[in-house]
Each structure stands twice: as structure tokens, then as C-alpha cells.
Design a protein around this ligand. Structure first.
Ligand SMILES: [Zn+2]
Length: 209
């Protein structure tokens, strides 16, 4: 039984409304020839959903700012073997992670989409489609970490995790300033960006003093 994401608006769709998950992350799928997959579904398959009814149309938008590292626009329909992601866009974000959008409708992707192009959050990438290895109109939304390992996209869709580097808090900057001297504010920020958990790390530095 497919479940709903539970949102009033899903960040990968321009339109208002929830999304139905038609294939879960990690779900075992036999004979699933999508690029880079090895039997387990490495993404979430989403269909836009309003008032309990699924929609065949949705405008796909970028989750966050980034750079396009790969894209394909020429796939016209179903493909059982070649170009199984169909028309797609891969975006590298500021925190080093990559978001991937598969099966976009032929002819729906804007002209500006090309390798190396800059993308802003909510930029339109094309329409939800069924190109490549897709048995119905849906978005295969995949998220990969810095090492190319697929991770659960759901926390990103729910806003629990972000593709932007965590900005250091003013408190953390102040704490670090107590411990070390920096020639500039920018230098302090740069040092802080290297720490994973700013609060705890700076706390430790102060205690050690
Ligand atoms: Zn999928």
C-alpha cells in the first residue's frame, strides 16, 4: 500500500499538494535496470497527489542551489535497457551532496539546463514524466552523499536535513573567539565551517583551556 509523504507542498514539485510514494527507498526490486542500482531501490518514487487523487502532471523543481553535473534530454519514451533514467538532471549542492531527478517528460526541460549550469532552489527542471525505465508517470528522486552513496531522500523532502552547509551560529563564533584569535571575521567563519558539530566542538575547546 503506497503511503503519503504528509506535506501540503512537496519541495520537488512546484504545485501545491502532497506526494504519494509508489516505491520506497531500500525496497527490494527484482530486475530493476536503473543506472547504478543493484536490486534495491536507491531513491523514492513520487507521484503528486491532491485531495487523495494522484495527478499525472507535476512541475519538477530543484531542491536547493547547486551546479548541474549531468543531464539528458533526448529520451522520448520507455526504454528497457538504454538510458534507463530517461530524461534526467543531476545537481551537486553546496554541501557536496547530489540530488537526481529521473524520467522527466520529453521536451519539457528548459533550454538553459546543461552541464555546469548554475541552479537555484525552486528552479523548474521539467515536467514529471515516464521516460526511460518507468511503467508510469512518476519522479524517481535520488540523493547521494559526497562518496556517491545513496541515502534516504525523505529527511530532505521533510526539511529535517538540508543540502546547504549548516551556517555557524553567532554563539559558536563568540565561543571560538574566546579561545582563539582571528585576523578577520571571515577567517573565524572558515575555521568554524570545518567543524561538524560547532556547538560541542567549541565547548570542548573552551573547557580544555
Ligand atoms: Zn525509482
Amino acid at each position: 500500500m503506497a503511503r503519503l509523504l504528509g506535506l501540503s507542498k512537496v519541495p520537488v514539485f512546484a504545485e501545491e499538494g502532497d506526494a504519494k510514494i509508489t516505491s520506497e527507498f531500500g525496497e527490494i526490486i527484482n530486475d530493476y535496470p536503473v543506472e547504478g542500482q543493484t536490486g534495491r531501490h536507491t531513491a523514492l518514487d513520487l507521484v503528486r497527489c491532491t485531495d487523495g487523487k494522484t495527478s499525472e502532471t507535476a512541475t519538477i523543481t530543484s531542491m536547493a542551489d547547486g551546479i548541474i553535473i549531468a543531464q539528458r534530454k533526448w529520451v522520448k519514451g520507455f526504454s528497457s535497457a538504454k538510458a534507463t533514467a530517461g530524461n534526467c538532471v543531476y545537481i551537486k549542492h553546496r554541501n557536496g551532496m547530489v540530488s537526481k531527478y529521473f524520467h522527466l517528460e520529453y521536451g519539457s526541460m528548459p533550454e538553459w539546463i546543461c552541464d555546469g549550469a548554475e541552479v537555484k532552489k525552486n528552479d523548474v527542471l521539467g515536467y514529471m514524466g515516464a521516460t526511460g525505465y518507468a511503467f508510469g508517470v512518476h519522479l524517481h528522486f535520488q540523493v547521494e552523499d559526497e562518496n556517491g552513496v545513496c541515502v534516504d531522500p525523505e529527511p530532505y523532502l521533510l526539511g529535517i536535513k538540508s543540502f546547504d552547509p549548516e551556517p555557524p551560529s553567532p554563539t559558536a563564533i563568540y565561543r571560538l573567539a574566546l579561545k582563539r584569535e582571528f585576523s578577520s571575521y571571515d577567517e573565524a567563519i572558515k575555521a568554524l565551517n570545518g567543524l561538524n558539530d560547532i556547538g560541542i566542538s567549541t565547548e570542548l575547546l573552551i573547557r580544555q583551556k
